[in-house]
Design a protein around this ligand. Structure first.
Ligand code: URA
Length: 441
């Protein structure tokens, strides 16, 4: 049996952990034989010293096999998964999943809840009355076979190593580390069993990776792990320096996703979704990227994609009428406008701060056991690059609890920088990373 002390000492000095050492460490931690304080020290050592590609791959494999893995052979056709590294206003899964499923791709997706300042697909979906994301395996397969898509929470004992490690990283300031994020995400994706994986690696002030170089390094690491494990894998590096779309908050984001599925969504969200959906279709061998984009555009225009979302909602116990008529979502009891304090141009948004403001309104959790207020959130009226006059409404904040409004408004306003401008030109998609290399746009 390893001495965890020796491994911490080794990594502290930049040493390389062997496969056996990583195996024993992960197994010992999951079994409860390695205490949190020793694993915390190891996480901090990894944060500062990093891990090489081999160590990261070993860590991912050990985590992926730390519990049950899904066998999707009961679902016919090519199964494509998608994962975002997390952002603010990121409702892309609710758009691209139904688009790809409407074109014959099978999406058997396990999603997560909000983490810190970022939102989570499960919380968004659960804002639809009746919908459940806890579904047993047989019914999950049935729904994917019938409607092409189901989105559920991680079932049973899948990737227990990530559950324990993530909880520890969250409270030890060790989330934003390339090997730790890559192994956390890829262990779940490999255990979830799809044939191909499209990764949406966010970059900017609202992402865990704040710089383009770090985001590309993370994407390369994840693509190399996925490809090495025999899966088709690619990543798009997409902007998270600005919230995506206008809506931040669960029910509001479902509404905006539905508008986007109908081809009536905000331009930035629509473009990012079209590029991600094209890559999912391409991975499923539906055509060239350009052909796949045209197919995705058509599925939005002709209503077939939104129909698939409604079918999925119904199959998961939700009321599909909320998809056909999103005005059914209960309006928040309290609404407050945040106004521009001066004339100028919006030259920066601290997107993490904006996500925290939404969470303060009730759209996210401060503690694991907190209840979500599904109607809470922020509707951004003015975004990056726009010129405003003093007194213009920058955003409307919604909550069920009036006491939360003042502090959230202050946090939100502090996330906007209004200056002389002009704002720098920004891209929505910076690069595509595949096993063959990095294509910058
Ligand atoms: N999402 C994950 O699942 N894990 C991380 O480490 C970061 C984002």
């Amino acid at each position: 049996m390893i001495r965890m002390y020796d491994l911490i000492e080794k990594k502290k000095h930049g040493g390389e952990l062997s496969r056996e050492e990583i195996h024993d460490m992960v197994a010992g931690f999951v079994a409860g034989d390695i205490p949190d304080y020793q694993m915390s020290a190891m996480l901090m050592a990894i944060y500062f010293q990093g891990m090489n590609a081999e160590e990261t791959t070993y860590l991912t494999m050990e985590m992926a096999h730390s519990g049950d893995t899904a066998d999707l052979s009961g679902i016919a056709g090519i199964k494509v998964d998608k994962h975002s590294t997390g952002g603010v206003g990121d409702k892309t899964s609710l758009v691209i999943g139904p688009i790809a499923a409407s074109l014959g791709v099978k999406i058997a997706k396990m999603s997560g809840r909000g983490l810190g300042h970022t939102g989570g697909t499960l919380d968004k979906l659960e804002s639809i009355p009746g919908l459940t994301t806890s579904i047993d395996k047989e019914r999950f397969f049935e729904i994917v076979n019938e409607t092409g898509i189901a989105i559920i929470g991680q079932t049973g004992n899948m990737v227990p190593a990530d559950k324990k490690l993530y909880a520890l990283r969250d409270v030890t300031a060790t989330v934003d580390s390339v090997p730790l994020i890559a192994s956390s995400i890829m262990s779940k994706k490999l255990a979830a069993g799809s044939d191909a994986i499209v990764l949406d690696v966010k970059t900017g002030s609202g992402a865990f990776m704040k710089t383009l170089d770090d985001s590309i390094a993370l994407a390369k690491e994840m693509v190399s792990i996925g490809t090495g494990a025999g899966r088709k894998c690619c990543a798009l590096i997409t902007d998270m320096d600005v919230p995506l779309g206008h809506a931040v908050g669960n029910a509001m984001e479902v509404t905006e996703a539905v508008q986007t599925l109908r081809g009536e969504g905000p331009a930035d969200l629509t473009e990012v979704c079209l590029q991600l959906a094209s890559n999912m279709l391409y991975m499923a061998e539906k055509g060239t990227i350009a052909e796949c984009r045209s197919m995705a555009e058509k599925a939005m225009k002709d209503g077939s994609a939104v129909k698939v979302l409604a079918e999925m909602v119904k199959a998961q116990g939700g009321d599909p009428e909320y998809i056909y008529d999103t005005s059914r979502f209960a309006a928040a009891k309290v609404a407050g406008e945040v106004k521009a304090p001066a004339d100028g141009c919006i030259t920066h948004i601290d997107t993490e701060g904006c996500g925290i403001a939404a969470a303060m309104l009730g759209a996210g959790r401060a503690k694991k056991e907190d209840m979500i207020d599904y109607s809470a959130g922020i509707y951004l009226r003015k975004k990056y690059g726009e010129t405003v006059r003093k007194g213009d409404v920058l955003a409307v904040l919604y909550t069920s609890d009036e006491k939360k409004l003042a502090a959230a408004s202050e946090k939100f306003l502090a996330s906007y920088t209004i200056s002389d401008g002009p704002a720098e030109e920004k891209k929505l998609v910076y690069a595509r990373v595949t096993a063959d290399g990095v294509e910058r746009f």
